[in-house]
Design a protein around this ligand. Structure first.
Ligand SMILES: *Cc1c(COP(=O)(O)O)cnc(C)c1O
Length: 356
């Protein structure tokens, strides 16, 4: 016995990505949808199951799924790449456009996976701060793109964990500065909750990839399916870094069939958007700072009590939110996912008690 070899240096330095799971009644910590997919979707999937030849490898090109997504977005099927969750989409983008000797520009605070996957793929991270309102300052971004010449620029709109959308103008200015040298990625995991989408800007001669997921708006976090709408040459490259047959047959069918029930998803999105307003309004009456959000969560900060203490006292009332107060630039902050009305009421009652 001589022991085990050390993992690569990049890995040794970093912890994995975890959201603590605690056994509580009201879970408002991971931005999932409170609503499962409709029974009609389960029926449609069950109806197709018998026809899926699981002894055969899946359609490697995911032709029908990509065709359905392309139609849904009004783009070409060659402009859609799908993978196991948008995290895997991002990993493929990093493998293809990042890597050793290349830089990615990331505006903090943002989704932790953007820098995590950068480290895993040996991509150098250039960290840039956000403006006071948590938006990306276009002037700062353009300067950094010119100075650092990154291979990738990561944007997140609306941004997790702040809920801030980027302006269309900001994306256009960054694209202009990148001038085809950098791939601009807009992570739109919360895109359907927002007032605009960058998908309209995607074209084969524009270095823009917009990433979407089934995990949040579609209420299908358990399915692990995400995709990007990007120039077809980019999609072709992503197909080369993905593992062969990475997307199983069941998932391809499930994701395609979901699009037939989009009215159901959209109704839930509007319900969540109006509940989001209720959370913001009610929180504003308490001794907390609340940030406007275009996503399915709300960023807030107790003014007189520490975030971790408030988090703990909420857990004591069987309500779990996300304590993000240890992230850089987010001292004192908590993030609450918008849940079903009764869950939000439970949260509001608990937080009112804790802060009074
Ligand atoms: C939740 C989230 C994702 C989703 O990742 P999946 O792998 O699709 O579940 C991606 N980006 C952001 C910013 C998120 O908050």
């Amino acid at each position: 016995m001589t022991g085990l070899p050390q993992p690569s240096a990049e890995l040794g330095l970093r912890e994995g990505y975890h959201s603590p799971q605690v056994d509580v009644e009201v879970r408002l910590n991971t931005n999932e949808s409170p609503y499962p997919p409709p029974p009609e979707w389960y029926e449609a999937l069950a109806g197709e199951l018998g026809d899926i030849a699981l002894n055969r490898y899946p359609d490697r090109e995911a032709t029908r799924l990509r065709g359905a997504l392309a139609q849904w977005h009004g783009v070409g099927a060659a402009q859609v790449f799908a993978a196991n969750g948008s995290n895997e989409v991002l990993q493929c983008i990093y493998l293809a456009y990042g890597g050793p000797g290349r830089k990615v520009l990331i505006f903090e605070p943002t989704y932790a996976l953007h820098s995590h996957i950068a480290h895993l793929t040996g991509t150098e991270v250039v960290q840039a701060p956000r403006a006071g309102d948590f938006s990306v300052d276009a002037t700062v971004a353009v300067e950094l793109v010119r100075k650092e010449r990154p291979a990738m620029v990561m944007l997140c709109s609306p941004n997790n964990p702040t809920g801030t959308p980027e302006k269309r103008e900001t994306v256009l200015e960054i694209l202009d500065a990148a001038a085809g040298e950098a791939l601009v990625v807009v992570d739109e995991a919360y895109g359907q909750f927002a007032s605009w989408s960058a998908i309209d800007l995607v074209a084969d001669d524009v270095a823009l990839a917009v990433v979407r997921t089934y995990s949040k708006t579609w209420g299908m976090a358990g399915l692990r399916l995400g995709y990007t709408v990007a120039p077809s040459p980019v999609v072709e490259v992503l197909g080369r870094v993905a593992l062969p047959y990475h997307l199983d047959s069941l998932k391809q069918a499930a994701g395609r069939l979901a699009l037939q029930f989009s009215a159901h998803m959209e109704a839930h999105v509007s319900a969540i958007v109006s509940e989001r307003q209720r959370l913001v309004d009610e929180l504003s009456r308490l001794d907390v700072d609340v940030w406007p959000s275009e996503a399915n969560f709300v960023l807030w900060r107790p003014r007189k009590k520490g975030a971790s203490q408030v988090w703990q006292e909420l857990v004591g009332r069987s309500v779990l939110v996300r304590d993000i107060s240890s992230a850089p630039g987010l001292a004192g902050y908590l993030r609450t996912t918008v849940g079903a009305p009764e869950e939000n009421s439970r949260f509001l009652a608990a937080v009112t008690e804790v802060l009074s």
